[in-house]
Design a protein around this ligand. Structure first.
Ligand SMILES: [Zn+2]
Length: 381
């Protein structure tokens, strides 16, 4: 009896701390309570749980971003018709995800697949294989470490008209402000993404030159120059292929590319493309960034300056853009557009090995200046 009471007390404390946790901005301490303890409590309290028969009725979600630190947390809340037990396990069998097992409930809503905004997680789906329990998959950009997620239940709260709930908290995979760059290329881990490939040729020039092959040729040259300087290079592809799979959706393809860099924890991510426009006169070099860290625009600016100085094409600047691949990569990232395939003169240049080499050296020069500048040791051009 004393045992039961003490467990009731633990549950009460957890319920209270959960409410407090939900009310305030995420802090390191708030993220500490482990899912393990909660799972143990759930199991011990399981005597009062009816075996199955409950339903998961509604999924809600919200991102909470700390205005000061920029740290983010995603909270998923799933309403249930009664008490259930839950446990969470990270899995990387296909793509990174958190697998949450819910015992004693099946989906009671047709809304079982929900796209999230990709800031912290991509999507959530739930399914019952055995008609008794449910598996919830939360698709993530990176496998979460212990302490980066919490899975727990909340009891019914009649005064506030709240049902039983399953709660899944996921913290941002990396603290955004926590990059500690040093100058130099030696031992840096650099992810290079040759745009398009395989079933996706990208832009095609008037004389038939395909963007995917220009991008790969320049990327392989960037790799060679970087390795000579002592850097390590991760390529999202080394030959003419789709990274996710043939004829896949753009999102799956881009997600697969950023995931490669995220899983390996690359220092920077650079996607290499060639531009195209309706107007054949359009020309020049451009670099795009999505400012999710302090360093994205700094990286883009330095890459752009490096390419323009090396090859001398028109400087169209470094510009912000909401491109999936650079947004999803968790490290500073940029997408370069070397030149315009749709411009006949630039198409000729893009096919030229000397020009490709100049561009590659300019990109590496830009990376070198970026690391110098990001380390606080000067180098801005
Ligand atoms: Zn492209």
């Amino acid at each position: 009896m004393r045992r039961v009471l003490s467990f009731a007390l633990v549950i009460a404390i957890l319920a209270i701390s959960s409410v407090a946790y939900a009310a305030k901005a995420p802090s390191p301490q708030a993220n500490q309570p482990g899912s393990r303890l909660l799972a143990v409590v759930g199991k011990t309290a399981g005597a009062s749980i009816r075996p199955g028969g409950e339903q998961l009725t509604k999924i809600r979600w919200a991102n909470h971003i700390d205005a000061v630190t920029g740290a983010g947390r995603l909270r998923l809340v799933i309403d249930t018709t009664g008490p259930v037990t839950v446990s969470g396990t990270p899995s990387a069998t296909s793509t990174p995800r958190l697998v949450v097992n819910v015992k004693g409930a099946v989906p009671g809503t047709t809304e079982t697949d929900i796209d999230l905004d990709g800031r912290i997680a991509d999507s959530i789906s739930m399914k019952s294989e055995d008609g008794l329990n449910t598996v919830i998959n939360v698709e993530l950009p990176l496998l979460p470490d212990e302490g980066e997620y919490r899975v727990f239940t909340l009891p019914q709260d009649p005064p506030n008209k709240k049902p039983f709930r399953v709660v899944i908290d996921i913290n941002q995979p990396l603290p955004l402000a926590n990059f500690n760059f040093t100058p130099g290329l030696k031992d840096k881990l650099i992810a290079i993404d040759p745009g398009h490939g395989g079933t996706d040729p990208g832009a095609i020039g008037l004389s038939g030159l395909q963007e995917k092959s220009v991008n790969l040729a320049v990327s392989l040259r960037v790799k060679a120059v970087l390795e000579k300087a002592g850097a390590k290079v991760i390529m999202t592809r080394q030959d003419d292929r789709d990274v996710f799979g043939p004829n896949s959706s753009a999102v799956d393809e881009l997600k697969a590319r950023a995931t490669i860099a995220n899983v390996k924890k690359a220092d920077i991510f650079v996607s290499i493309h060639s531009n195209a426009a309706q107007n054949r006169d359009a020309d020049g070099t451009t670099t795009y960034y999505y400012q999710k860290t302090r360093y994205d625009s700094m990286l883009a600016r330095n890459l752009q300056a490096g390419m323009v100085q090396a090859a001398g094409l028109k400087d169209k600047g470094s510009l912000p853009a909401n491109f999936y691949v650079i947004k999803r990569a968790i490290m500073p990232a940029a997408l370069v557009e070397l030149a315009f395939l749709s411009n006949p003169a630039e198409e000729k240049l893009l096919a030229n090995p000397q020009f490709q080499q100049k561009m590659a050296e300019g990109i590496v020069q830009g990376m070198q200046r970026f690391f110098a500048q990001a380390s606080g040791k000067g180098g801005e051009q």
